[in-house]
Ligand binder design. Structure first.
Ligand SMILES: [Ca+2]
Ligand SMILES: [Ca+2]
Ligand SMILES: [Ca+2]
Length: 433
């Protein structure tokens, strides 16, 4: 196959970009990176539909929650033009995540304070129809009313899915006092505690979601947004947003480090593990477990790893505010197998720019932590989603979706002369088969 200068020019201007990877920590020759979509209103989260298209939650004006559909017919990592709107709720407020483990999709609607169930139509491009919702009543001034979601098929119950969601903390660094009320999907109103994760089983048989068996699965969390089930063990991993710093300027750093935690599959729904907030937590920068009060750490399940600054320098770059997480694509190189990618929304540093917004990789032993995309590279990495061979990053503030695809095989020797763009081209064309 002959690659012409004209082709290279087209690629150069049409979204191929290897520069968001944290080179040389990351070997960029192992990946094809493309700007899948750009100029979009606050893209937040994506999921692969059954027909291979990509559904994304976007939020025009931070007021309307939408699900839009992208296709990439030639599989070059760049969407086929503007997406199609499949669902739009003008009173939904900003959308958060989109998840599915069966036939229905579930999205978080931050403004409506709902988790909304959407049914696909007969054809992949048909509108999504709202068929139910869980509706939350938060006390005024509640600090963390943001729905984070994880889903799995219910073990031993065909046609049912388990939905895990967070009830974040009412305050920044104190125990929540006012219950949150939930109702919907056939459930009468029930009181939920802040600082907690809950799981509910939802039957999708017949197309209308019916919820049951609502139970608390964790306490002592502050604000969990990113959650994912391990693809082989079924353990639930989640990132917890730590107690905030008092100000944005160094040396005012947060007291607590953001955490990666785990609930073993055997404990999920059978016991309520405690994770320490607000009185037992790892100190920022030192990892020292702080125990505020006698016995505060008794029985606490400690974090797997804490998100500490990596090679911090005068720039103040670091990670702050974990968002979605995803286990590594199964076709990513060996180093990444079994590991977790964690997006960070970041925050404005003392330099006036967001330099706390990396994509962090944690390896399968929870010992290696590295920036896969360095702080300050793109906007707010709220969305991280894995397919078999790709990570999709939703850059909320930057309005873009990126695809990072593994280049699976060693390319033929002749293709080396084309450099990185050449490799990307070859990988893209091979994939069209
Ligand atoms: Ca394309
Ligand atoms: Ca925080
Ligand atoms: Ca904790």
């Amino acid at each position: 196959m002959k690659i012409t200068l004209a082709m290279l020019f087209v690629l150069a201007v049409s979204g191929y970009c290897t520069n968001i990877l944290n080179v040389p920590t990351v070997d960029s020759s192992l990946f094809r990176v493309t700007q899948f979509a750009s100029g979009q209103p606050l893209p937040n989260s994506v999921i692969r539909a059954k027909d291979g298209s990509l559904l994304a939650v976007q939020s025009p004006g931070f007021s309307t929650a939408q699900v839009v559909r992208y296709t990439d017919t030639n599989k070059d990592g760049i969407a086929d033009g503007s997406p199609t709107v499949l669902y739009s709720n003008a009173s939904g407020g900003a959308g958060t995540q989109i998840k599915s483990a069966g036939e229905l999709y579930y999205i978080g609607e931050f403004g409506a304070k709902s988790i909304t169930a959407l049914a696909p139509g007969a054809n992949a491009g048909d509108p999504l129809n709202k068929v139910g919702s869980l509706d939350f009543q938060y006390p005024a001034g509640h600090g963390h009313p943001t729905p984070g979601l994880a889903m799995r098929q219910t073990p031993g119950q065909p046609g049912s899915v388990d939905l895990v969601f967070n009830i974040g903390s009412e305050f920044d660094s104190a125990v929540s006092t006012t219950p949150v009320i939930v109702s919907g999907m056939g459930m009468a109103a029930q009181s939920l505690q802040g600082d907690s994760l809950y799981m509910v089983t939802i039957s999708e048989v017949g197309g209308t979601p019916i919820a049951s068996n609502l139970r608390q699965v964790a306490s002592g969390i502050r604000n969990v947004y990113g959650m994912a089930f391990h693809p082989t063990t079924g353990d639930l991993y989640f990132a917890d947003n730590a107690i905030d710093e008092a100000g944005v300027a160094n040396p005012l750093e947060p007291p607590q480090a953001d955490e990666l935690n785990r609930i073993p599959a055997a404990d999920l729904g059978t016991s309520v593990l405690r994770f320490g907030y607000p009185n037992c937590y790892p100190q920022y920068r030192t990892n020292v477990l702080l125990e505020l009060g006698s016995g505060a750490c008794n029985g606490v399940t400690t974090s797997l790893i804490n998100f500490q600054p990596q090679g911090i320098d005068a720039s103040g770059a670091r990670s702050e505010g974990p968002a979605e997480i995803a286990f590594a694509p199964s076709l990513f190189p060996g180093l990444y197998q079994g590991g977790v990618f964690v997006g960070f929304s970041g925050g404005t540093g003392p330099q006036g720019t967001n330099n706390q917004n990396p994509l962090v990789f944690v390896d399968s032993t929870n010992s290696l932590l590295q920036y896969f995309v360095a702080p300050g590279t793109i906007g707010n990495i709220l969305g991280v989603y894995a397919t078999e061979d790709s990570l999709f990053l939703s850059d909320w503030g930057g309005g873009s979706i990126y695809q990072i695809q593994a280049i699976e095989a060693v390319p033929e020797p002749g293709t080396f002369v084309f450099g990185l763009i050449g490799l990307a081209v070859v990988a893209g064309w091979r994939r069209v088969r």
